[in-house]
Design a protein around this ligand. Sequence first.
Ligand code: GLA
Ligand code: ZN
Length: 688
Amino acid sequence: MPQKYPPISPKIPRMLHGADYNPDQWQQYPEVLAEDIRLMKLAKCNVMSVGIFAWTAIEPEEGTFTFEWLDHMLDTFAENGIYALLATPTGARPAWMSAKYPEVLRVAANGVRNLHGQRHNHCYTSPIYREKTAIMNQALAERYGKHPAVIGWHISNEYGGECFCDYCQQAFRGWLQAKYGTLEALNHDWWAVFWSHTYTAWAQIEAPAPHGEHLVHGQNLDWKRFVTDQTVDFCRHEIAPLKAANPELPVITNLMGTYLGLNYWKFADVLDVISWDSYPTWHDLAGDVEQGIWVSFIHDIIRSLKGGKPFMLMESTPSVTNWHPVSKLKKDGMHLLASLQAVAHGSDTVQYFQWRKSRGSSEKLHGAVVDHVGHEHTRVFHEVTQVGDALEKLTTVVGTSVQPEVAIIYDWENRWAMEDAQGPRNAGLHFDAAVKAFYRPLWERGVSVDVIDMEQELSGYKLLIAPMLYMVRPGVGERIEAFVANGGTLVATYWSGIVDEHDLCFLGGFPGPLRKTLGIWSEEIDALHDGQTNRIAMVEGNALGIGASYECYELCDLIHEEGAETLAVYQDDFYAGRPALTLNRFGQGKAYYVASRNREPFFGDFVGKILAEAGITRVLPTELPQGVTAQVRTDGQHDYVFLLNFTPEEQAVALDGDVYTDLLQGTSVQGEATIAGYGVRVMMRSTR
Ligand code: GLA
Ligand code: ZN
């Protein structure tokens, strides 16, 4: 049964609306700070992330703390009904620290130590950096851990990057020793005998480097795992003093969507709430529907990280960024649409970078709620206030979640391994595009989706889509086999089951541990140049009842049936007539193998049929207009249906027979719902 999660903070059981706020930049402008409070209330903002890069403002000299400005800020918040996510300031570092303790500075892959500057450039292993962080976080926790305005901790900011200093190299060796025990085991799993790379002492091992070793795939993979573990370990180190002072306050750090550098699944248990920073390029040449689909996909990953628990949209821009190649303004309505898109997928907050535009330095032209003009009479301020208005009407949605019957596997280690492999298509494997091609028909049909890594429990799903599951870690093949045997439907594709967790190829035939479930053997894979195509034709009387042919490109797997039946065959080239799409009836379930990268309308036709066959529930049983999606959150008694229109034109959606209550407009709706161009509607119905 669906459950209702508690709000992020019991102090404020409503949707949160707010921004990164940097009063430390404005201490010489007291009139600005006073005006900010008035404007925050006007914009219906109730939460601010404070102090994210404020280390120097809090500790201007080593051991000298100046908390007075922060005391004043938080007290003022408390008096005005505004809450704070208090940051640990470790995203940036004072110059005095770099000067006195150069070991806190990161060393690049080429072995050269960075100079002081920028942000996010410290060594997570450095004992001094850890010590300084512990002192800072403990001081903050003791002073503010029970402050009435503080509702949670914003840990650092967008952890990322890697350090190659001696401390980190040493820690990497220790990590390897703990993992492998012996050099024999390591040499085997790294296939180190190749090119005489066998190690005979732990001290010989270094992190991958452009001017050194970087072709041992197992080593590259382990380094990436180590970087994640070391970052997670630093995050834990930050959290310890915070939880010691007040275990009730949730700890949160802002993730960067699909950022490849860190395996976000490893953060899930360390954090109380997952949050992320979303900066889509709305109105770009690919179009808003394309953007909308991909942003929805990322929201689904973020929600899935904690099994459906509501997440936070920690950052988004109220207008433009200053780092996209072209900083396009959001058209009227786009801001509300993008904000409620996050809520539709499970966010209980809409937050911005940032509250007030900086006066100087590199982000002075980045969008913010309050512009340099300094007053509220701007288009952006108005659009932000509209979001505040809308969120106030969605209090009953807080804590509700989604219970998808479909999961897509999008696994970080799989991405690392695929990216590293020198293989069939160095010109581009286009993994994200391959995943999006399967996600699109689900989005277009209003089907809820979890996006998971390969370690997650599968038994709750009816349909599992695993595009390009190149790496299959131990136990995964068995769990997928059991999932299908027990009645689940699996969709797998070309370039799957090639390597194990060490990036060693499976012996005895691809797709390795998936071979039995899929009932096929993949003997070879053909890569096509950009512009080259082949076609697949559905065979007569195929089980899906589709009678079409589709263009394919980039990758064509040459497979043999081993129990599976052929649904489509290649039309051209020397493999014309060989199977290109198969179905294996396995136990009580079905396993489909898509051997080629196909173009639309393949995905619409194929996924559409499979959804119907597998009995997957859609948010609405009716057809949605092109560019419109329907998403749902539920508490088991009421469903909250979000209709999101990513086209500039008004669209009409046919409803089922139910009577809906439009929560934003306060009206009752039946039969049909119209949605303005770039519009959104949130409609409540009784759960069936
Ligand atoms: C990131 C950072 C913010 C800010 C924004 C700008 O998300 O966390 O501090 O730099 O980008 O878009
Ligand atoms: Zn280091």
